[in-house]
Design a protein around this ligand. Structure first.
Ligand code: SAH
Ligand code: SF4
Ligand code: F3S
Length: 455
């Protein structure tokens, strides 16, 4: 009989990808995905350690699951409870101590061994901990078939990070930078397209640092990899995330100009608009360097839309530093941004700085800076959306809308677009005239009447 598997995913797209692969690893031993933890035979939390709040969420969720597990056991069943992702990697045995009812703790690099781990947990009725950075690479052992839910898919091509930004846990939780070989990536991309993907987002913690072994045995960069992926018939759109500014090569910028399938949108986190803060963060770019990259990108692709990440209240950030961030935001006009209050992470160099009074930025100051930054950024997003009204964009219709008769999709610039369209247009790209704009989405009308008539 099929066993019910529920996976809850926190954090970044890399975790979303890993959760999909975990389900694929567990399918051959009888687990079928369920959309609730009620009565599940196995529950896995795929966790994020990036900020304190993210990590704490996991423990409150575990508390809730403990009760469900007890109920299941009272009824004579068993719920295997697993924790993976970056909290599992960072805290390991600590998770088992804080939540002793957890059965499995495994890192993002060991989930290909899950069938073995599950068997051990069942056999011993005891806890299993596997947070190695193993010699055998998980990508070599994962199933070669892929399932795709909608029209878009994630594909991890690079993992880990050697940059060591002073605030960040990722180099510790994901390990050293690793790039998958081109041949392996292409096979997976083809499998995704066969399974229905119209758009692929190529993923890596540092995706533009990709340097995999090419089909010719030479080392290939991301631009060359994307060029090969773009040759796959049936695939219409390619995106990639997340890029490190100092790794933005001219070759990759050129690729934006001449690969039509590569979407005119780039997420390029700068983190701060002040050079002194960037230096203390150990980012390898200055503000001027970042602006030069933006100039080159806009020269290559005049309509390219940029988004970014910011941290406010990094230890030692002054009011003047923060004003420089606001100035930068005004200047670049990011269409979308993610901004966070600095969160001290155990074991990182910035946490040491933060523990000293003269560097620590008080919570109230962080909150004020975040609110001001977000107000500025939201203004930019709305202005960009309003500018779209009257334009016609190709929209990939990804899902059913809340209102019957409507579909929801994405413009090339990642804007959410709501449009009245027949259901069989789902997972296709249609031309849509933008008629109304708000801060979070646009409304539009189908303009391709020929296709509408034959629909
Ligand atoms: N590899 C990506 C970032 C991944 S983490 C990059 O280099 O840009 C996603 C975002 O979380 C980061 O861009 C940063 O803005 C934020 N972040 C990371 N560590 C943080 C911390 N300790 N406190 C607050 N925000 C943090
Ligand atoms: Fe973290 Fe910096 Fe690596 Fe991004 S580049 S994952 S912020 S250490
Ligand atoms: Fe979080 Fe790990 Fe991703 S810390 S952001 S899940 S790499």
């Amino acid at each position: 009989m099929a066993k019910k598997l529920y996976i809850k995913t926190y954090g970044c797209q890399m975790n979303v990808y890993d959760s999909e692969r975990i389900a694929e690893v567990l399918a051959p031993i009888g687990f079928v995905l369920s959309d609730t933890s009620d009565d599940a035979d196995m529950v896995i939390l795929n966790t994020c350690h990036i900020r304190e709040k993210a990590a704490e969420k996991v423990y409150s969720e575990l508390g809730r699951l403990r009760k469900q597990k007890a109920t299941k056991e009272k009824a004579g069943g068993r719920m295997i409870l697993g924790v993976t992702g970056c909290v599992a990697q960072a805290e390991g045995a600590e998770v088992l101590k804080r939540a002793p009812y957890v059965d499995l703790v495994f890192g993002p690099q060991t989930y290909h061994r899950l069938p073995e781990m599950v068997a051990r947990a069942v056999r011993q009725h005891g806890q299993v901990l596997d947070t190695d950075f193993p010699e055998d690479n998980k990508f070599d052992s994962l199933p070669s078939t892929r399932t795709v839910e909608g029209a878009t898919a994630f594909l991890t091509v690079q993992e880990g990070c050697d940059k060591f930004c002073t605030y960040c846990v990722v180099p510790y939780t994901r390990g050293a930078e690793y790039s998958r070989p081109v041949g392996q990536v292409l096979k997976e991309a083809q499998a995704l397209v066969r399974a229905g993907a119209v758009e692929i987002t190529v993923l890596g913690q540092n995706v533009n640092a990709y340097h995999g072994t090419g089909t010719d045995g030479e080392e290939w960069g991301l631009a060359q990899l994307i060029r090969e992926i773009a040759a796959i018939k049936g695939l219409d759109r390619i995106r990639y995330i997340t890029s490190y500014p100092a790794e933005m090569t001219d070759e990759l910028i050129e690729a934006h100009a001449d690969i039509a399938k590569l979407m005119p949108y780039l997420h390029l986190p700068i983190q701060s608009g002040a050079d002194s803060v960037l230096k203390a963060m150990n980012r390898q770019h200055t503000v001027a360097h970042y602006k030069t990259i933006v100039q080159k990108l806009r020269k290559a692709v005049p309509d390219i839309a940029l988004s970014s990440d910011f941290i406010v209240g990094f230890p030692g950030e002054t009011d003047a530093d923060f004003e420089e961030t606001l100035k930068l935001v005004e200047e670049i006009q990011f269409i979308q941004t993610y901004s966070f209050k600095y969160s001290a992470r155990p074991g990182t160099p910035a946490a040491l700085l933060d523990s000293q009074d003269e560097y620590h930025v008080p919570e109230a100051v962080k909150a004020t800076r975040l609110a001001r930054l977000q107000a500025a950024l939201n203004g930019n997003t709305l202005a960009f959306n309003l500018g779209a009204v009257g334009q016609t964009y190709p929209v990939l219709l990804e899902r059913l809308g809340k209102t019957p008769g409507y579909l929801v999709g994405r413009s090339p610039y990642m804007q959410t677009v709501v449009v009245a369209a027949p259901e069989h247009f789902l997972h296709t790209i249609q031309n849509v005239l933008m008629t109304q704009a708000g801060p979070n989405s646009l409304q539009g009308e189908l303009v391709n009447s020929a296709q509408r008539a034959t629909a």
